[in-house]
Structures are given as structure tokens and as C-alpha cells.
Design a protein around this ligand. Structure first.
Ligand code: FES
Length: 519
């Protein structure tokens, strides 16, 4: 049997599967609150929780259900060890800002533990060590540097040559007192405390615009408005740019997880490799016993259509080193990555004192997400936070590597925009069940997917955000944008923004569609 046949047919997240789906109401009237928060992920929910605790009224808006986006598709590690990052921040921004980044992320672990204890939340929180390892001589020096830098910032870090893993490593870095938890068990409990006393959570309420003024206004797709003194944009990729040019300084990366029970004992620790292809390992308790999450295989969103091969590579890695009992889940996620690797958290622009943003967590959205909620709630309530400087979205980038990344992002977007328009569509319009292709209909590029029942679904493959051409994602059956990561179902509905308009979708065969769309 091909290893890929061992995978569950449909992607699903263990975190979502092991918690109840929420059922908050849709916004059905105009409203006024102190703070409107767009996005019901880890940042939106935690910020709302902290603000409500501080005595202000909040409204959280989510286009779908809360806690179903990137937050639900993480590996849910809670750590200040972000592979190799401190040496990079120190070089780019200086030692003091590297120290602030370390403090913010350490604080986030302690904050989760404190809230969990105060509220008696059962969320599988456990303290354990975190390791970054390498199997390549090339990374040994970087790991040694990172350990020295981390120690100089006050982190308890040590060098290791042996790990409790079934393969040899050249070097590893161990951080003490890190953690892991079940993010949705924790966050769904925080969400319960938000509605009431003038505060709300609204689901299936898509924010489509912000009108500046005093107060500010969030315009939603059901047609109702929320007026607020301040707005937090916590929508993963910011749905509103406001002149911040986020589309030119964030890129999207997709990565994958396979969750399986294994015959061996898995150690009390979590692990990540320093080199590519990335490999991440942790366990979580589940009703099936200990599930091991094998993660990694990151690549730019929308670059390459054979996304199934990434699951296969993870499965091959797992099979090579462990005796797999059963694979229960597989899922993928995509992360916003900034040009210098540090998230953007704070005022959306220098000219928007009442609009805040939190985005660009790379693959470290748990600790950075909690830290962001603390930063934003402090800035809103007191106007100050000790870590705000390192996360400032308005920071000026001077380092050569960050500038190179900035240029690379924008060249890549321009290339994808232009080559996407020039690539000819397929003239063969016979599409098999389960197959997707970009076909040419009267000079127009149309994305066509035939589902298992034989129905053909066709969409215009021009991304409704800024016009790049979409690519097919075979593992998730979606059309993905290579420029800023918007994703659409094969029927054209939005899976993830920044796009706020769906694709034109028409059922039928190509000749009928031709008559309907282009007549
Ligand atoms: Fe920006 Fe598609 S997400 S052009």
C-alpha cells in the first residue's frame, strides 16, 4: 500500500475534533462598543478576554466560527524557543530588543499557566523542555551561537549531543521550563467569559471595511455596523491595510501535520529541526492514547500544486523512525511571515492611533499570540507596554537580510502576477473525477475541478484581493493565491483572506459556462 493511502481521506484538526463547535450569534443590528476586534483566533479572543477583565466593552467578529482558522491548525507548542531566532534578532535589532522578545514569549507561557490555574481550565497544559536539533554539520555553529545568545538574554539554555529521539543528531539546544497545551480547550473557556455586560462575540459576521472617523466604524457583510473608539485587526493577514503596505512585507507559508499513535513511548519534550525540510514533533493526550504530531514541510502558499506529497514526506519520516499504530488526523495551516521574522503588533500605521494590528507570527503563534494580546490590551488601557518596541509595525528595517527578504517578496509577487497571466490555460476540457486544471475558455483562464460525484465546478482564477492567478491545492481541494495567501473553495467561497470577495463560480460543462459567463 502506498504510504499516502494510510492518511485520513479528509483533512481535520485534532484540536477542533476534540472540542465542541461554538454557536455564537450573527450580528443583526448596529452596535456601539468601546473596542471592536476583527478575528476570533488566539489574539482576538485573548485580547477581548483581557480587555473585558479591565472593564471595557468589546465585540469580537469572526467571518466563520471562532477558533477555526490558523489557531486551530497549529501544533500548540507554547515556547520561547522559536528554532533559531535570538541571534538573528540581536544582529538585526540589537541585544535589548532580543531580550524584550524573549521576555514577552516567556511571559506568555506563565500567563497561560496562571489563567489556567485561576479558572481551573483542563487544557492538557504541561511544562517540559523544548529542543531545536540538527542532523547537519552546517547548523552546529548556528545552534552554538543561539545558545550563547539565549543565555545572555537570561534564558536557561544548554547544548546537547544526545536526544531521546530514535535518530542521531549533530547538536541540539535545550530550553528548560517550556510548555504545551490544548489551545482550543484553553481559548474556548476564555471565550465563554466574553459575552455579557455590553460585550459580545459575533460569528458568521464578516468585516469588510473600516471607516475612519470618531468613532471608527467596522462595516460588516450582513450590512450592520459596529461603532467603536478603537479597533483591533486580528484577522491573520490584515483584512484592512489602511496604508500600512502589509501586502508588501508579509508572505505566507504553508505547513503540514500528521497525527498518529505509535507503538513506542514518546518522551516528555517537544522538538524541532533547525534545517530544511523542517520536522516538528510533540505528543498530546487523546482518547486514543498519546498522539504524536509530526509537523513540517513548509513552503510558500500557492507555490506547487502537489500538496499531497508534503503529507507523504511527513508520513515517510514517521514510518522511518517509529512503528505507526494508526493515523487519526492530518491538517495543514498557513502562517504569515514578516520580513525580519518578528511579528507586527501595535498601531496599524503611525497615522492610525486607534487602529491596532497583530499579524506575522511565523510558526510561533501560540506564545506570540498570547504576548500580542497582552501588548494590545496594555496599549489600549494604559497606552504603554514594555515589549511594544520590538513588535512595532512601524519599525524601520535596516538589516541587509531583512531588506533582501522585502525585495524577494515583492519580486516574487510581481513574477507570480505576470507569469500567472501569461501561462496558457489547458485546451483539453475533459476533466476526470477528482481532477482540477486551469483551462482556457475563449481566452479566459478558468479553474475547473470535477468532484467525486462528477459535477464540474468552475471559477475565475483571478484572486479577488489584488489580482494574482490562483493555483490548485490538491491536498485541501482549494484554489490558493501565491501572492498573499488567500484561499478559496472549488466553489469560490473564501477559506482565508486577505480577499474579502468570493470568486465567480458556475456549475456546468465548459461550453455551457462559456455561454453563461462570457455572453
Ligand atoms: Fe493578494 Fe491574492 S491574496 S492577490
Amino acid at each position: 500500500m502506498d504510504t499516502v493511502d494510510m492518511l485520513p481521506e479528509v483533512p481535520s484538526s485534532f484540536w477542533m475534533y476534540s472540542t465542541e463547535t461554538t454557536n455564537y450569534p450573527q450580528l443583526n443590528e448596529d452596535l456601539k462598543v468601546d473596542i471592536a476586534i476583527v478575528g476570533g483566533g488566539i489574539v482576538g479572543i485573548t485580547t477581548a478576554y483581557l480587555l473585558k477583565q479591565a472593564g471595557v466593552s468589546v465585540a469580537v467578529l469572526d467571518a466563520d466560527r471562532i477558533l477555526q482558522g490558523t489557531t486551530a491548525h497549529t501544533t500548540s507548542k507554547l515556547t520561547s524557543q522559536h528554532a533559531i531566532i535570538y541571534a538573528k534578532i540581536k544582529k538585526q535589532m540589537g541585544e535589548e530588543l532580543a531580550r524584550l522578545y524573549a521576555e514577552a514569549n516567556q511571559y506568555a507561557i506563565d500567563m497561560v499557566e496562571k489563567i489556567m490555574q485561576e479558572k481551573s481550565i483542563q487544557c492538557d497544559f504541561v511544562r517540559l523542555p523544548a529542543y531545536t536539533y540538527t542532523q547537519s554539520d552546517q547548523y552546529v555553529g548556528q545552534i552554538e551561537d543561539e545558545i550563547d545568545t539565549a543565555r545572555s538574554l537570561g534564558i536557561e539554555a544548554s547544548f546537547q549531543k544526545e536526544l531521546p529521539l530514535p535518530f542521531p543528531v549533530k547538536a541540539a539546544m535545550r530550553f528548560e521550563n517550556q510548555a504545551q497545551f490544548h489551545c482550543l480547550k484553553f481559548l474556548k473557556e476564555l471565550a465563554r467569559d466574553i459575552p455579557g455586560q455590553g460585550s459580545h462575540i459575533f460569528e458568521q459576521t464578516k468585516a469588510v471595511n473600516i471607516q475612519e472617523g470618531n468613532p471608527l466604524t467596522v462595516v460588516t457583510e450582513p450590512g450592520h455596523q459596529i461603532k467603536a473608539n478603537q479597533i483591533v485587526i486580528a484577522s491573520h493577514f490584515p483584512f484592512f491595510d489602511g496604508g500600512g503596505f502589509y501586502f508588501s512585507r508579509i508572505y505566507l507559508e504553508r505547513s503540514y501535520v500528521v497525527a498518529a499513535t505509535i507503538k513506542e513511548e514518546f518522551p516528555e519534550a517537544h522538538f524541532i529541526s533547525a534545517e530544511d525540510p523542517g520536522r516538528s514533533l510533540r505528543y498530546t493526550p487523546s482518547k486514543y492514547g498519546r498522539l504524536v504530531l509530526f509537523g513540517g514541510e513548509h513552503h510558500k502558499t500557492g507555490h506547487g500544486t502537489d500538496t499531497n506529497k508534503h503529507y507523504k514526506n511527513l508520513l515517510d519520516f514517521a514510518n522511518q523512525h517509529y512503528q505507526i499504530d494508526k493515523i487519526y488526523y492530518r491538517w495543514s495551516t498557513h502562517d504569515c511571515v514578516t520580513i525580519d521574522g518578528v511579528p507586527y503588533v501595535g498601531n496599524l500605521t503611525a497615522r492610525s492611533p486607534n487602529i491596532y494590528v497583530a499579524t506575522g507570527f511565523g510558526k510561533w503563534g501560540m506564545s506570540n499570540g498570547i504576548a500580542s494580546a497582552k501588548i494590545l490590551s496594555d496599549l489600549i488601557i494604559t497606552g504603554d507596554n514594555p515589549w511594544a518596541q520590538v513588535y512595532s509595525p512601524s519599525r524601520f528595517i535596516t538589516s541587509g537580510s531583512a531588506l533582501k527578504t522585502f525585495v524577494g517578496i515583492n519580486i516574487s509577487v510581481a513574477e507570480k502576477y505576470i507569469t500567472g497571466k501569461l501561462e496558457p490555460g489547458d485546451t483539453d476540457k475533459n476533466i476526470e473525477k477528482g481532477e482540477a486544471r486551469v483551462i482556457d475558455i475563449d481566452g479566459h483562464r478558468i479553474g475547473a475541478y470535477r468532484d467525486a460525484q462528477g459535477t464540474l465546478h468552475m471559477v475565475d482564477t483571478t484572486c479577488t484581493h489584488l489580482g494574482c492567478e490562483l493555483a490548485w491545492n490538491d491536498a485541501e481541494k482549494s484554489w490558493d493565491c501565491p501572492c498573499h495567501g488567500s484561499r478559496f473553495t472549488y466553489e469560490g467561497e473564501i477559506v482565508e483572506g486577505p480577499a474579502i470577495n468570493k470568486l465567480q463560480h458556475v456549475k456546468g460543462e465548459p461550453n455551457e459556462v462559456e455561454a453563461r459567463i462570457f455572453s
